[in-house]
Design a binder for this molecule. Structure first.
Ligand SMILES: Cc1ncc(COP(=O)(O)O)c(C=O)c1O
Length: 424
């Protein structure tokens, strides 16, 4: 078995990155928790918000707010411009062909459901038939598993699973063997929210297309850490979620290649997604509006646009090098501890440190660490097949972002060692 790991593009060197200057832009990071300075290491679940995003939301609500697309008055026009400018920002961030390739959703989960449900609603040659195969991997988040299970339950699709190797990388030989004439869709994560593994999404896409299948990349983590370029990847769909990208909750985006979006039936019905409606007939609007029934998440989209503009102002190579240094520091501090097991050690993985502690449940470890102000996550991280693959029922996870510092990394290592002493 061979593993192929797509390392995030190497740091370009470039501008110096100053995490302290970044950190100062996040008001919440100066608060205390249980009398200790907050050490926030749960950004893979949801990231904190910089002043630029808070201000953009406030400015929209205070200065120019109305419903979009339908008004002839000034506030409606201004808000529509800001809303569509945010779509352009997402398109630029992903290097999408045009803003029309970007569909607003309420998060990553809804984007995955939109594609899976659309395939389920397709008719004729495009319909999902019993025995059609969907390939996903053992490291997927439930939101890139359950929508495909719905296709299995409702249309008889068959789920095929790419195994994960011991170091947390994908078994690419097994993937090659899974592809076949019945493969309709390959849906894999860009970066695992548990293992930190960065998958070779360009290669995965090339292989799927050669087999005649479509590709969806779950970029809920990858969009934060891997500077995705959807045209270079070549995928049919790419998903991101706002709240992990330092933006608001309630907003996400689905990138779709023009032909892929045009071939997809609508997800929900309502206002905004139609060309015309009569007593007998409805004609749908062109993408992306066809997929955006009802009043969209206007403020949230504007907030996400502000977040991506803010994030893009930092040198991506510098950020990646900084996050990699934090991970390496933690790994160095904890190396050789015989009670600690790191889950996921694939080369080039992102700054996620998932672990189990001998003799202590992950929930207990997380709770004791919270007493020291250190916020980590514990549980299955919405990836139960992966937990089963590693023979564990739960693990704890520290996930790093650009606003974390070496002091945070040390505070994490110190609190973990103290937590373990508590249970030893
Ligand atoms: C890899 C991955 N995919 C999908 C999701 C779901 O995103 P959302 O909760 O924004 O719908 C998450 C969130 O944890 C994730 O980490």
């Amino acid at each position: 078995m061979t593993a192929l790991t797509n390392i995030c593009p190497p740091p370009r060197g470039g501008r110096a990155f100053d995490p302290y200057a970044v950190r100062a832009q996040f008001p919440i990071l100066s608060r205390t928790v249980n009398g200790k300075p907050l050490v926030y290491l749960d950004s893979a679940a949801s990231a904190q918000k910089p002043r630029a995003v808070i201000d953009a939301l406030t400015a929209a609500m205070e200065g120019s707010y109305a419903n979009v697309h339908r008004g002839l008055h000034t506030l409606a026009n201004e808000t529509t411009e800001a809303f569509e400018a945010a779509r352009e920002t997402v398109a630029r961030y992903l290097n999408a062909e045009t803003p029309e390739n970007i569909v607003w959703t309420k998060g990553g989960t809804e984007a995955m459901n939109l594609v899976a449900a659309g395939l389920g609603h397709a008719s004729g040659d495009r319909a999902i038939r019993p025995g059609d195969e969907i390939i996903i991997s053992q490291m997927e988040h439930h939101s890139n598993i359950v929508p495909w299970h719905l296709l299995r339950e409702r249309h008889g699709a068959v789920l095929r699973w790419i195994p994960v190797l011991d170091d947390g990388s994908l078994d690419m030989d097994a993937y090659a063997a899974l592809l076949g004439p019945r493969t309709r869709m390959v849906a894999v994560t860009h970066m695992s929210n548990v293992l930190g593994t960065v998958n070779p999404v360009t290669e995965i896409t090339r292989m799927a297309h050669a087999a005649g299948a479509q590709v969806l990349i779950d970029g809920c983590q990858g969009a934060v850490h891997c500077s995705p370029d959807v045209q270079a990847i070549g995928c049919d769909f790419y998903v991101l979620t706002g709240h992990k990208l330092f933006g608001p909750t309630g907003i996400g985006a689905l990138y779709g290649r023009t032909e892929a979006l045009e071939a997809l039936p609508p997800y929900q019905g309502g206002g905004e997604m139609i060309a015309s409606v009569s007593e007998d007939e409805v004609r749908y609007a062109a993408p992306p509006h066809r997929f955006e029934a009802g009043t969209p998440p206007i403020l949230e989209a504007i907030g996400l646009g502000a977040a991506l503009t803010w994030l893009s102002a930092h040198d991506a190579g510098g950020v990646r090098a900084h996050e990699a240094a934090l991970l390496a520091h933690v790994q160095g501090r904890l190396e050789g501890l015989n009670w600690l097991t790191e889950i996921g050690t694939a080369p080039g993985k992102g700054a996620i440190f998932t672990f189990t502690v001998e003799g202590a449940h992950a929930h207990d470890i997380a709770q004791v660490m919270d007493r020291y102000g250190v916020a980590v996550r514990a549980g299955t991280h919405c990836a139960e097949p992966l937990s089963r693959r590693f023979g564990i029922t739960s693990s704890a996870r520290a996930s790093f972002a650009l606003y974390n510092t070496l002091e945070d990394a040390d505070a994490f290592a110190d609190a973990l060692i103290k937590a373990r002493e508590f249970f030893a």
